[in-house]
Design a protein around this ligand. Structure first.
Ligand code: PPS
Length: 599
């Protein structure tokens, strides 16, 4: 083992990593540390935690975002072995240009702490910085090494193969969401980032490796996924495992998911169900908090090294592994098919982990079994269900055959993706004052109540203005804020399976679009544009609003001296000049029925 002298080590308090030698009395204290850090985590002893917490009052703090928290967790738990902290400038440049650390070890992905300019200018080499989670909880202390402003266009070209943000979402992220300055330095971990969900599945590399040994698994194939898994995936992984004489580590990526993201819970529960379908002692499930960059072949190599650090001997790689468009149904990919597999294979000797190509399996009806797609012969009756077809079947409550998926997995999916008749939805009515929004909203409310199958909430413009938005005026900014507040409430109602009826003027497209995008994610969204012309609304003038506007008593009234921008793509357009409230409501109900939201 090589040693290097590090006079600052005591001052930095890195006793946990150093070796304190016996020294004669009077001699200078000499602390040595191994060249490489072989410890199984970068977490320090609780005594050191106590002293760091005491001193931390004087440290600058960096609050980490979700991507940075993922990186920190994998640094601290040593999934990023041999890294002992964020890359310094020399290592960074070497990684970007040659996929190697400055000492020559293969490492294809730059891992630096990105910060804004203000923070960068307050830092200096040797300074201790507290790294905190989004709630402010201190997770680690960074001893600052290098601070520099990287050339992100060079990084993008080297890592992603392009600097065009329109062509690659990873490049867009790098330019838009990664801070302009990088900081390198060593880490002392206090705690791994805190998770409350699926704790039993959040195993560190050391824990996983220990379990492999306990199970007697010498060879293990790492299988990383972000998708729902069905029978075809089980057959595919089993076949690969048998060919390699290995067991399987199923490691779904749970990087940037939000704790309120329903999909995340469904996804993991489906994994928990599918592992029960494998032969005994054949598969282990563990979640990996990885912030993927979607850098294709280089990312695949990075994933393989990480799996080596978890104790795997093999890693399964798809032809389009970590491609930014791998989930698209068409054939369009950013990286050439197979490039990721070639990359991982070409580094097998150095990384010590073997590439196993992922072979797509298809169900052959007459054989009543799955075979690799490459072995299909002409005339065979091959059956497949695409992910969009699966979604359609779930949305419409249609049958999902057992050759495709397991009943337990399907039951989980049906819970998360109920048919439209059981999903929440929002009816968003927009139009001028006097167009009939409130009346239509009230009729709809009664009709939905009569259905008695979902809770109904009415968010009328007037009512919201009195409660939720009482401090807002009628400026453009405040109107937009008012509408997005309504949208937020409606999205929560929709997410929880209710019906939200919104009836504000909502004169601007940007806030309406914002609401549509938010709510669509959770259930139905129906925009109803009441196109009743201004002169008809003005004749009605039930509240005397227009009379006051014309008399100059109030200013900025929508339609008079304030704009109303008609929706560009509403689901329904209804002019209430001739249509009665019942007729307008019937039109909405027919549309909802046709779309499957009501029966
Ligand atoms: S917005 O633009 O969507 O935020 O407006 P909204 O929250 O729907 O509030 C509209 C109701 O407020 C009354 N009111 C005004 N409307 C438009 N412009 C001005 N300047 C204004 N001042 C008060 C008006 O009565 C609206 O009620 P409705 O039910 O639409 O007639």
């Amino acid at each position: 083992m090589r040693f290097e002298r590090d006079a600052e080590i005591e001052q930095k308090g890195a006793f946990s990593k150093g070796l304190v030698l016996d020294v004669p009395e009077g001699a200078e204290l000499c602390v040595m540390k191994p060249k490489h850090d072989y410890s199984e985590s970068l977490l320090v002893h609780f005594r050191r935690i106590e002293s760091l917490k005491e001193s931390a009052l004087g440290y600058l703090s960096v609050h980490l975002n979700k991507r940075q928290l993922c990186d920190l967790e994998l640094l601290l738990n040593r999934a990023f072995y041999p890294l002992t902290g964020y890359l310094g400038r020399e290592d960074y440049e070497s990684v970007v240009e040659d996929m190697r650390l400055a000492d020559g070890a293969v490492w294809p992905m730059p891992i630096c702490l990105d910060v804004d300019e203000q923070m960068a200018l307050s830092l200096e080499k040797g300074r201790l910085v507290a790294l905190r989670d989004e709630e402010g909880f201190m997770l680690a202390v960074l001893t600052v090494g290098d601070i520099w402003k990287p050339d992100k266009s060079v990084e993008a070209r080297c890592v992603f193969g392009t600097n065009d943000p329109d062509k690659h979402p990873g490049v867009r992220d790098l330019h838009e969401h990664v801070g302009p300055w990088y900081v390198g330095g060593s880490l002392e971990g206090l705690h791994l980032p805190i998770h409350y969900d699926f704790r039993e599945l959040r195993l560190t590399p050391a824990e996983i490796h220990r379990r492999f040994s306990q199970n007697g698994w010498r060879h293990v194939i790492g299988f990383q996924t972000e998708k729902h898994l069905h029978c075809a995936h089980k057959e595919m992984t089993l076949r690969a495992a048998r060919e390699a004489g290995a067991s399987i580590l199923l490691q779904p990526v749970v990087g940037l998911t939000h704790p309120g993201d329903l999909d995340h819970y469904t996804q993991v529960r489906c994994y928990q169900e599918i592992v029960k379908k494998y032969p005994k002692n054949m598969i282990m499930l563990g979640l990996i908090p990885l912030a993927m960059r979607k850098a294709g072949p280089k990312e695949a190599l990075w994933h393989a090294i990480i799996r080596k650090n978890y104790g795997c001997s093999h890693f399964m790689v798809a032809a389009d592994h970590a491609d930014p468009f791998a989930h698209n149904s068409g054939n369009e990919r950013f990286y050439p098919m197979g490039a990721a597999q070639d990359m991982v294979q070409s580094f097998e000797e150095e990384t010590g982990i073997r590439m196993v190509p992922l072979q797509k399996m298809v169900y052959v009806e007459e054989k009543a079994e799955y075979i690799p797609e490459a072995e299909v012969e002409p005339g065979m009756n091959v059956k497949q269900i695409s992910s969009s077809e699966l979604r359609r079947r779930l949305e419409n409550g249609l049958a999902i055959p057992e050759w495709f998926s397991y009943p337990e997995v399907v039951a989980e999916l049906r819970l998360a993706y109920p048919p439209r008749s059981k999903q929440g939805f929002t009816v968003f009515i927009t139009g001028l004052s006097g167009a009939g929004k409130s009346t239509l909203a009230k009729v709809l409310m009664v009709k939905f109540m009569e259905l008695r199958d979902r809770p109904v909430t009415l968010l009328d413009g007037d009512i919201v203005r009195r409660n939720l938005s009482s401090e807002l005026n009628f400026s453009k900014d405040h109107r937009n804020l008012n509408i997005t507040r309504i949208g937020f409430v409606a999205s929560e109602i929709t997410k929880n399976g209710g019906i939200a009826i919104c009836a504000p003027i909502a004169p601007y497209e940007e806030s309406r679009r914002h609401n549509r995008e938010l709510i669509c994610h959770y259930g139905g969204y129906v925009e109803v544009y009441l196109s009743t012309p201004l002169d008809v609304c003005e004749q009605r003038d039930r509240k005397g609003l227009y009379a006051k506007a014309r008399a100059g008593i109030i200013k900025g009234v929508t339609g008079v001296d304030d704009p109303y921008v008609p929706p560009s793509d509403p689901e329904l357009v209804i002019d209430t000049t001739e249509a009665s409230p019942d007729e307008a409501a019937q039109e909405v109900l027919l549309y909802l029925e046709e779309q499957g939201y009501i029966r």
